[in-house]
Design a protein around this ligand. Structure first.
Ligand code: ATP
Length: 193
């Protein structure tokens, strides 16, 4: 189902962050969201996830869909192993082997039994990406998911995303213009003042 956003507005402490923002995200499409720091990219994702309420406007088409998210922060349980972090979002009965296969695809199989807190920044991002993708989401909301990854690791992560979530509606917040081409983005949204 397509997601439609109409006339969305949000202010914090009287300062407008989003003003009359409208967009349509077609089912199964990739949209990249660019814009300088502080222009409301993360806020937009939080509104779509209903972590924030808008001051005005409407969001339609997302309510019944399964959402996977990579937040701007990793939001991992640092003392739990990588495997356990991912298991937290999986249904009962998902075998370890399935989780390990996902981890292998992003180059993390050898880190499966390490505590999340021991990983580098780019490794944590990949764990967060697997955690978002493994639930087979209809909608993927990704806030700078490739932060801290070198070019080769990022290429692997993009390949993983395209292979494992080919039908998801993807909204990707990024500062890297090349991501749009690599992900075959159908739409580019510029948020700026
Ligand atoms: N919960 C909040 N309370 C108060 N102000 C907030 C809150 N969330 C965001 N803001 C403010 O809203 C503005 C937009 O923040 P947001 O994180 O959406 O920007 P962004 O475009 O994602 O930036 P960046 O590229 O730096 O991640 C910022 O000025 C931020 O300080």
């Amino acid at each position: 189902m397509a997601i439609t956003v109409t006339g969305l507005s949000k202010s914090f402490g009287g300062r407008p962050v989003l003003r009359d923002f409208s967009a349509r995200f077609e089912e199964g499409s990739v949209s990249c969201i660019f814009g300088p720091s502080g222009q409301g990219k993360t806020t937009l994702l939080h509104l779509l996830m209903e972590l924030l309420a808008p001051d005005g406007g409407a969001i339609e088409g997302i309510g019944d869909q399964r959402i996977g998210a990579v937040f701007q922060e990793d939001r991992l349980c640092e003392t739990l192993s990588v495997l356990r972090n991912i298991r937290l979002v999986c249904r009962k009965g998902v075998p370890d082997e399935e989780i390990l296969t996902h981890l292998q695809e992003v180059g993390l199989r050898d880190s499966a039994y390490k505590s999340a807190g021991e990983l580098s920044g780019g490794m944590k991002r990949r764990v967060a990406l697997v955690r978002a993708v493994i639930v087979r989401p209809d909608v993927l909301l990704l806030d700078e998911p490739f932060k801290g990854m070198d070019a080769a690791t990022k290429a692997d992560a993009i390949g993983y995303l395209r292979r494992r979530a080919p039908k998801a509606t993807v909204l990707l917040v990024t500062h890297d213009r090349e991501d749009a081409g690599q992900l075959g983005a159908a739409q580019i949204i510029e948020l700026d003042a």
